[in-house]
Design a protein around this ligand. Structure first.
Ligand SMILES: [Mg+2]
Length: 333
């Protein structure tokens, strides 16, 4: 069947059928199919809302894309921002613009991947919009989550003396992209980290409930850039990061042996979707329990000092340098 035969409402019905068959999140009074979604927040919680766009040829290329993973990733990158506030994601909205000539199998694969990720993160698609595009595919996802009052973790809370921690391992996604671009074989673990990253939606609420982080962000643009956001927003602080302390996966370490320069990917590469957070000294003793509960390694990679927003990296032999901040800017020349 072609999209022209199915029509917009036929397509929406297909999505709705997929949602109905997946587990509903508590709090959905009315989902897809009315003028508005009707939702309930858990008592004494604040609403968290975030939105993100993925545009063809800017964020992904149709000939390189597996549509199921594109659907999964468009959920993961959004729920990751809710985790970065210490919250739990609940509901999603999907805005989708695509050319009428797009094969229906690709759309179905996208929706299947999207709903698969919704089940994984226990979030429900409750609304959205579809329209035709005269050019590229555009995907806009909005997610709503919640956090108990007084428990949300901002970016601006880092203070001198706080330790800097990160979950999981760094640089895997950027290394996979680097190998793909070089036309080299990619280790399956690294490839999975790139095409199907997992947002740390269990860890975020565990950290906030225990009152551990003073500031937190998810690693989407790379630790240098994302830690830079914490420094900028917190004001009057610097950061000193130990290269030796960066948590690296086994496949990453194996390749690093033959090319030390790859280490820059663990600092500057993006899309790991790990959580990067600062911890006051008196709360560091709570870290092992949070690591155990979340099933994730939590590594201390540096310390916050008083200063003016400068990030310094110390190498194994004690040399110090300031890495260039080059998070992706869509409108930079
Ligand atoms: Mg973020």
């Amino acid at each position: 069947m072609k999209m022209a035969e199915l029509g917009e409402f036929g397509f929406i019905d297909r999505i709705r059928a997929g949602v109905a068959s997946s587990a509903e999140t508590a709090g959905v009074v009315r989902g897809i199919g009315d003028d508005c979604a009707v939702l309930e927040l858990p008592p004494d919680h604040l609403l968290l809302t975030t939105t993100d766009m993925l545009v063809e040829d800017i964020h992904f290329r149709r000939e390189w894309t597996d549509f199921a993973n594109l659907g999964r990733k468009s959920v993961s990158v959004n729920v990751s921002d809710v985790a970065a506030m210490g919250g739990t994601p609940h509901h999603l909205y999907l805005g989708l613009a695509f050319p009428g000539t797009l094969p229906l199998e690709q759309l179905d694969a996208f929706v299947a991947g999207f709903l698969d990720a919704c089940r994984f993160y226990q979030v429900t698609l409750v609304g959205g919009d579809t329209c035709s595009s005269s050019g590229p595919i555009a995907i806009s996802v909005t997610v709503e989550g919640s956090v108990p009052k007084g428990r949300f973790v901002p970016r601006d809370g880092a203070r001198p003396g706080d330790a800097i921690y990160v979950s999981g391992t760094l640089g895997d996604s950027a290394l996979a992209l680097h190998l793909l671009q070089e036309g080299k074989p990619v280790d399956p673990f690294l490839l999975e980290r790139h095409i199907n990253p997992q947002a740390r939606t269990r860890l975020g609420p565990i950290l906030s409930a225990a009152g551990i982080p003073s500031a937190m962000i998810d690693v989407s643009d790379g630790p240098v850039s994302d830690l830079g956001h914490i420094l900028e927003r917190s004001g009057s602080v610097d950061a000193l990061v130990d290269e030796e302390a960066l948590p690296l996966s086994e496949p990453f370490r194996a390749l690093l042996q033959s090319d030390r320069k790859l280490l820059r990917l663990a600092l500057g590469g993006g899309e790991d979707y790990e959580l990067l957070f600062t911890v006051p000294p008196e709360r560091e003793h709570l870290i092992p329990e949070a690591a155990q509960k979340s099933g994730l390694a939590l590594s201390r990679i540096g310390v916050i000092t008083s200063g003016s927003g400068i990030l310094t990296v110390r190498t194994a032999n004690g040399e110090e340098y300031r890495p260039a901040r080059k998070g992706f800017d869509h409108f930079a020349g």
